[in-house]
Design a protein around this ligand. Structure first.
Ligand code: MLT
Length: 240
């Protein structure tokens, strides 16, 4: 009988060093919207995603055969890039077979901070596949919420509550993490309606002010599901 493994939840990319243990599998989530975009891009045929930290680094790939460059800062797309950070940008035939170079305010930073660990990315698009994979892998798990510029956001911990519940229900995990406990409480408070529950949340309001409510709806309850699990290999996210 295998011993149970541990799950913890880290609320922001900046706090990751407090959780880093060099051996856990890190599940990066930025449900609004970077990891939802990554899941959508792979579903639509993107070959790989290169998460980068700066606009200049992303632009260095501009115009290269087979590459798409995408950027977001403060939830807005950036002039001079092929795409922004809306999942709807990627639901088109042009992305098939391409490599996406992506830089966002928080999500790509979280991936960077965890790069010394085994890193996979999760969203509500691939949450079931991620849970199944983690249960089979049977390793300690750190769910790394991207947050917003170093501070807590609501949507990523709610996702962490969703994923942690799936893992704990398997009977193969334990947790002694208050962040995980709080995440499950937030999920319970949402009572199955994340869009309404997040009505006054900072990022939903930020996206609403930019007329991006459809993005929020899509990312919180996606009409599509994917078995693709993006995993970080070197500087690229590829399909597991
Ligand atoms: C992020 O990286 O913080 C988010 O994806 C921002 C966004 O594009 O909504």
């Amino acid at each position: 009988m295998l011993e149970n493994k541990n799950i913890s939840v880290c609320f922001t990319a900046d706090q990751f060093e407090k959780y880093a243990d060099g051996k856990s599998t890190v599940v990066v989530v930025d449900v609004l919207r970077a990891t939802s975009v990554i899941s959508t891009a792979f579903m639509e045929g993107v070959e790989a995603v290169i998460p980068v930290q700066t606009l200049d680094e992303a632009l260095s790939y501009k115009g290269k055969e087979g590459y798409i460059v995408a950027a977001e800062r403060n939830a807005k797309p950036i002039e001079g890039f092929d795409y922004g950070n809306s999942p709807f940008h990627y639901i088109n035939a042009d992305v098939k077979g391409k490599t996406l170079v992506l830089t966002t305010t928080n999500g790509t930073k979280a991936i960077h901070n965890a790069r010394e660990h085994k890193v996979i990315t999760a969203s509500y698009i691939n949450i079931e596949a991620v849970a199944t994979y983690l249960i089979e892998e049977h390793n300690d798990v750190i769910i790394l919420c991207s947050g917003w510029k170093g501070v807590f956001n609501l949507e990523d911990p709610i996702f962490a509550g969703s994923l942690a519940t799936l893992l704990l229900d398997s009977g193969k995990y334990d947790s002694n993490c208050d962040s995980l406990f709080a995440s499950k409480q937030l999920l319970n408070n949402a009572n199955g309606d994340l869009f309404t529950y997040l009505g006054d949340s900072s990022h939903r309001r930020r996206l609403k002010s930019l007329n991006m409510e459809d993005d929020t709806r899509f990312c919180l309850s996606p009409p599509i599901k994917s078995d693709v699990i993006p995993i970080l290999k070197g500087d690229k996210l590829v399909m597991l």
